[in-house]
Design a protein around this ligand. Structure first.
Ligand SMILES: C[S@@+](CC[C@H](N)C(=O)[O-])C[C@H]1O[C@@H](n2cnc3c(N)ncnc32)[C@H](O)[C@@H]1O
Length: 379
């Protein structure tokens, strides 16, 4: 198990304090005054920079710059390549320079490494698409969401209490970006989690919050004998059903429609309960409530497997940054009261609900943690 530190580095202490201490990027003020005032301007204009980079990507200017990577491209070349006016190309390129996306040498523009990632890195593209299509307009309502505890930003799409029953009905780009974002992170972790989960030889898995059935399908393909039951809202199960039938696995994967916050009892046949990126959809009190409900329903010998993203368990600062930003999507759009938690919060909820952690794995996929839990005998 790793201590919960982000991007830690060991600092050698000189003088009378001999030895090492561990420093993380979040435990001190990192910038001098000039760096700080510069960073503050990046924040003050962040939405404008974001939209400018979006335009650089969508107009094909980033791609054109990549094509001309060897010698760089002049303004005229980029005007010709993009079909935009010199004015339009000029304002975007200037913002690209100030945003560190491009550099200009001998009147020729080239992509910086940041520009290359913005254009080609699947994770960056997925995050940008999600920010633009799902979150951007809604985030204007964050202050209201923070004050009210309600997902005030969701009103830009319609009138729902939370985003979950609305997922199938969001506008195309918002819906596709949401699923792409969700699956991008969980898919990679699924591959590594599969071996760990099947080490326990489950015969029947409950996939709580099973969404489109991706994990259930992976399990059913992995083990020809395993059965999987999806527990999710009825609207989600309808989406999952199509995928399961298309794969011809309806004989071993079924669904149990439930609003887990309203249920008083859950089915109790599974020997393994699986929850991936599920508990982050709920507040701390709701998590304890859900865990107690599962504890009451599950067989005493069953295991509970929780796969989550914890911001304190990340190896890279960019990952912690992304998770803390995504928490505000939960605040403003998803339900107003949930988030990606610090791992100690989840461990506290598990203790309060009468579970202990039997095994723990960090760094699955892009930074998921898998907790294998058992019910305490006296719970
Ligand atoms: C973020 S998705 C997780 C998807 C999937 N497990 C994964 O790892 O990619 C959360 C899932 O929880 C479901 N969900 C949210 N609130 C729920 C509730 N009150 N009862 C049952 N399911 C719920 C949603 O419908 C959605 O499928």
């Amino acid at each position: 198990m790793r201590a919960g530190i982000i991007y830690a580095r060991r600092v050698r202490l000189a003088g009378p304090q001999q030895g090492d201490r561990v420093e993380t990027v979040y435990d001190h003020d990192r910038l001098n005054a000039l760096e700080a005032v510069s960073a503050a301007q990046k924040i003050a204009f962040a939405p404008i920079l974001f939209q400018a980079v979006w335009c650089l990507r969508e107009t094909g200017l980033l791609a054109a710059l990549e094509r001309h990577d060897r010698d760089g491209a002049s303004l005229e070349t980029l005007v010709d390549d993009s079909g935009l006016t010199p004015y339009a190309v000029g304002v975007l390129l200037d913002m690209g320079l100030s945003g560190g996306v491009l550099f200009l040498k001998s009147a020729r523009y080239r992509l910086t490494r940041v520009g290359h990632y913005l254009l080609n890195d699947p994770m960056t593209r997925t995050n940008m698409d999600f920010t633009q299509h799902t979150c951007y307009e809604a985030m204007r309502h964050l202050l209201d969401a923070i004050r009210s505890g309600k997902p005030s930003g969701l009103q830009v799409f319609g009138d729902w209490p939370t985003i979950y029953p609305a997922l199938g009905e969001l506008p195309d780009e918002a819906r596709e970006s949401w699923f792409e974002f969700d699956h991008f992170y969980s898919d990679q972790a699924f591959s590594e989690a599969l071996a760990k989960i099947f080490h326990y030889r489950p015969a029947h898995i409950y996939d709580v919050g099973g969404n489109t059935g991706k994990w259930a399908l992976r399990c059913a393909r992995h083990d020809p004998d395993v059965r999987v039951t999806l527990l999710d809202l009825p609207q989600q199960l309808a989406l999952a059903q199509d995928n399961i039938e298309r794969e011809g696995l309806a004989g071993r994967i079924d669904g149990w429609p439930v609003d887990i916050l309203k249920a008083e009892q859950l089915p109790g046949d599974a020997d393994l309960w699986w929850m991936s990126q599920f508990l982050d959809c709920f507040s701390e009190d709701e998590i304890v409530h859900i865990l107690k409900l599962i504890g009451r329903s599950m067989r005493p010998d069953a295991r509970l497997a929780i796969m989550e993203l914890f911001w304190d368990r990340q190896r890279f600062e960019a990952a912690a940054f992304s998770l803390n930003a995504t928490s505000l999507y939960f605040t403003c759009l998803a339900n107003g009261n949930s988030r990606f938690y610090h791992s100690k919060v989840m461990l506290k909820c598990l203790r309060l609900a009468g579970f202990h952690v039997e095994d723990e794995y960090d760094d699955l996929g892009k930074g998921h943690t898998l907790l294998i839990c058992r019910k305490l005998a006296d719970a």
